[in-house]
Every structure is written in C-alpha cells, then in structure tokens.
Write a protein that binds this ligand. Structure first.
Ligand code: PLP
Length: 399
C-alpha cells in the first residue's frame, strides 16, 4: 500500500472495507448475469434490486428512479444529452455554469456543435451563481439547466434548491451534478426539487467505475448508448452488480455517519486553514467559506507555483492537488478559479486540500509544520528567476 498523508479525496477516496467486502461477496457468491433467467441470474438480480433500494433510500428517492452507470461522467452525459435529445422538438437552449466539471462542460460543448445553444453563467468572487442571472438566462427555448451542487475544486455549494424551483416554474428540466456532495452533505432529491442528480461511487469510499443517475419519475430522457434493455432502457450493458452493491453500501454508511464525519472534517479543515494562514503570509482562501463542503480547502500561495508545491509535498509524502490542467506540456490555470475572477498568475499558485474520513489531526499538524519552509524555498527560487530574467532583458547576461 502507498504510504503517506492522503489529502486528495476530491480526486478519489480509498474504498472502505465494508464496501470491498460486499463487492468480493457478490463476485464470489452471486456472479450471475442479472439479466439471465436462471437462478444464478435471479440471485444477481436480487442483489442489484436490493442495492437500488438501499441507494434510493439514502437520497429520498424511489428505487425505480435510480439508473446505474459507470460513474459521474456517464451520469452527467446521460442526463444532459439524454434530456436535450428528448426535448429537441420543444427547444434548443441549455443553461449551465462556467465552473462545472468538464463532464458537464464538454458534454455541453459537444451539443453546441450539434446545433444546441448553451449559456455558461458566470460566478461571483465566492464562486456562486447569481439567482437573478439564472432566472434571466431561462428563455422560451430553454429545455434544460445543469448546475452542480458542490464544486470539485473549491467545495462551493450552489443554491440548487432555489434554482430548481425557478426552473420548475419555467417548465425547464433541472440536472444537478452531486458527485462531490454525496456523502458529505444531506441529500434529498425531492427536497432539492431536481429532475436528475449524478453520483460517482469512488468519491464516497465506494469502488471506481460505477455511478448512478437519479431520474425523477416522469422525466423524459433517451439513452445515449444503444444496446440491450438494461436499467429501464436507459443504460444498456451487462450491469456491474458487485460494484453497485459496494457503492450502495458505501453511500448508506456515509449517510449514517454524515453528521459526525462532516463535523470532524470541518474541524480538521479549519485547523489546516488556520495553521497555514497563521504561519505563511500571502495566502488567500478561494471560494465561499460559508457555502461550502466540510472537507475542501483551496488556497493560493502568492509567488509559489501550485505545481512546484504539489511536487515538494509529494516528495514529503503528502498528496494534494492543483486544479490546473496540463495541456500539451503547458500548465493551464484552473477554469474554476479563473471564472471566480482570480488572476491567472494567482490561480497558478493554488492548491486543493481535500480531506477524507481516514485523516487524523496529527496528519494535519504535520502538513502545517512542513509547508512554510516549502513555500519559502519555492518563493525564493521564483524571485531568483525573476531577477535573472530582468538581468537578461537588460542585456547583462547570466552570472
Ligand atoms: N463531476 C464532478 C463534480 C467530479 O468531481 C467528477 C470527478 O472528479 C466527475 C463529475 C466525474 O466523475 P467520474 O470520475 O466518476 O467519471
């Protein structure tokens, strides 16, 4: 097992023992194809339907409103493309937000190439979508809105309940990416008032490569892949029963432990934030401190590149992440931070710390202890580089 301090739980989480055991048990004892008629198939079918009930109960939904998929990306694509294609004769306009995950943004871009129009709503400095701006963006031809519950880079929580109500008043379907929120905040599909909600198992200590889409009864969507009639005709392909059973188990346990875990993670996160900002100057916290997940902390370290910090921390056995994307060898600043009005050179100097249920206070304190020296060194190197660059520009040459 990889050793070290893992503070990258928004990227993925370690699978919890109970989920792993549940998955192994299904692989071992219940391996039939859930579509087969014989008793092996029926046993798998029962495990699948029990898991559907278990999953649905965690989010206040009915079992038949849950479609299992291969993960968050597929769930977002099924929701957006599936709803857009189903409503094509009624309209061609989709509303989303600039800070969405690429699973949503790139799906919308693809639909634009197919003739749909998409509005990418801006966010304010805290990362929040303005409700009036949302209302105004919904027009006669708008068929769908897709706004995430919690942002994957900042943890910022959007006012989804209010937005879904506005969308409903205007007869517009509402999809919500709840991939980062599941298992971290109380989730009730009915209470949120959404038509679709996307989930991913590996974000709440379940297995990778499995997810779900809540589709409120009566919501019209079409499948985006062609094949058999699995999952109410919405998602063809042999169903991954072992992973689904494990995912449902992980979500149930996360839901049962939610209050306690959230409080603990919030405390750890604030200890980390206070420790870092108390010992290092020129640090800014990104995203709303009020409307946020309990476990995510996004910080910019003025003058210290995020990539350099990430590598230094990694060498010291600490895993964090930057929101930067690596495109053709160039490090691009995070689209989320840029959309919040953070200048590119500051966005480049950002780190995301995302905590999980296994993190302990000693780990947080260790990071607070080692980070100041790293930041100081990286800032010094950056300054030396700037001075050398200036000398070169003045034609003084290198020394
Ligand atoms: N949506 C959000 C907000 C995410 O954070 C992620 C993963 O990082 C996804 C969607 C995609 O989920 P998956 O990795 O299961 O495809």
């Amino acid at each position: 097992m990889t050793e070290g301090i893992y503070l990258d739980n928004s990227a993925t989480t370690p699978i919890r023992e109970e989920a792993l055991e549940a998955m192994a048990a299904v692989y071992r004892d219940c391996f039939g194809n859930s579509s087969s008629v014989h008793s092996f198939g029926q046993a798998a079918r029962k495990a699948l339907e029990d898991a559907r009930e278990e999953f649905a109960a965690c989010i206040g939904a009915q079992a038949e409103e849950i479609v299992f998929t291969s993960g968050g990306t597929e769930s977002d694509n099924l929701a957006i493309r599936g709803a857009a294609l189903a409503a094509r004769d009624r309209g061609d306009h989709i509303v989303t937000c600039a800070t969405e995950h690429h699973a949503v943004l790139h799906c919308c871009r693809a639909l634009e190439r197919e003739g749909f129009r998409v509005t990418y709503l801006p966010v304010d400095q805290e990362g929040l979508v303005d409700l009036e701006g949302f209302r105004e963006a919904l027009g006669e031809r708008t068929i769908l809105a897709s706004i995430m519950l919690a942002n994957n880079e900042t943890g910022v929580l959007q006012p989804v309940r209010e937005m879904s109500r506005i969308a409903r008043e205007r007869g517009v379907l509402f999809h919500c990416d709840a991939v980062q929120a599941a298992g971290k905040v109380d989730l009730d599909a009915r209470d949120l008032g959404v038509d679709m909600l996307a989930f991913s198992g590996h974000k709440f200590c379940g297995p990778k490569g499995v997810g779900a889409l809540y589709v409120r009864k009566g919501t019209e969507i079409v499948p985006i892949m062609q094949g058999g009639h699995h999952e109410y005709g919405l998602r063809p392909g042999t169903v991954n029963v072992p992973a689904i059973v494990a995912m449902a188990r992980a979500l149930r346990l996360a839901t049962l432990e939610l209050e306690e875990t959230s409080a603990r993670l919030r405390e750890l996160r604030e200890r980390l934030a206070a420790g870092i900002t108390g010992r290092i100057g020129g640090v800014r916290r990104n995203g709303s401190a009020k409307h946020t997940l309990p476990n995510v902390l996004n910080l910019s370290f003025e003058g210290a590149e995020g990539e350099a910090l990430l590598l230094a921390l990694d060498m010291a056995g600490v895993a964090v992440s930057t929101g930067s994307a690596c495109t053709s060898g160039e490090v691009e600043p995070s689209h989320v931070l840029l959309a919040m009005g953070i200048p590119p050179r500051v966005a480049q100097c950002s780190l995301r710390f995302s905590l999980g249920r296994h993190n302990r206070v000693e780990e947080i304190d260790h990071v607070v202890d080692i980070l100041p020296t790293m930041v100081e060194r990286i800032r010094e190197v950056a300054e030396v580089r700037v001075r050398a660059g200036a000398r070169l520009e003045r034609g003084e040459g290198a020394t």
